[in-house]
Design a protein. Structure first.
Length: 114
């Protein structure tokens, strides 16, 4: 028996199985700062955020998959994350720990009017 397999990127999925994230993402549209483990610092644009990660907009060439970074809003302490993907000027990252409840500046992003 021969079975023809399709490439995953060519498949289009709709419905609840389309997004396997642990929780919903929210549009953020706010400036933030990111710092690498080597000390490189860059201003970025936070595009989406969830309890376990975020997507930022940046074309910095030193941002690579698997890199540990910190991301912060204003003068508040930064959250630690690992970069999971980089493509087309966007960077997806997973926080090392879920955003703590006391970090209101992050939780409030989901309630911002756009």
């Amino acid at each position: 028996m021969t079975v023809r397999l399709m490439r995953a990127e060519a498949m289009e999925t709709t419905g609840p199985e389309a997004d396997r994230r642990r929780e919903p993402r929210f549009a953020a549209r706010i400036d933030a700062r990111m710092k690498s483990s080597r000390g490189d610092v860059v201003d970025i644009h936070l595009a989406e955020v969830s309890l376990h990660g975020c997507r930022v907009v940046s074309a910095e060439p030193w941002l690579k998959n698997g890199m540990f970074v910190e991301i912060g809003l204003g003068d508040e302490p930064m959250l630690e994350a690992i970069i999971r993907w980089v493509r087309d000027g966007s960077v997806g990252m997973e926080f090392l720990w879920p955003i703590p409840p006391e970090r209101r500046e992050w939780h409030d992003l989901a309630d911002m009017p756009f």
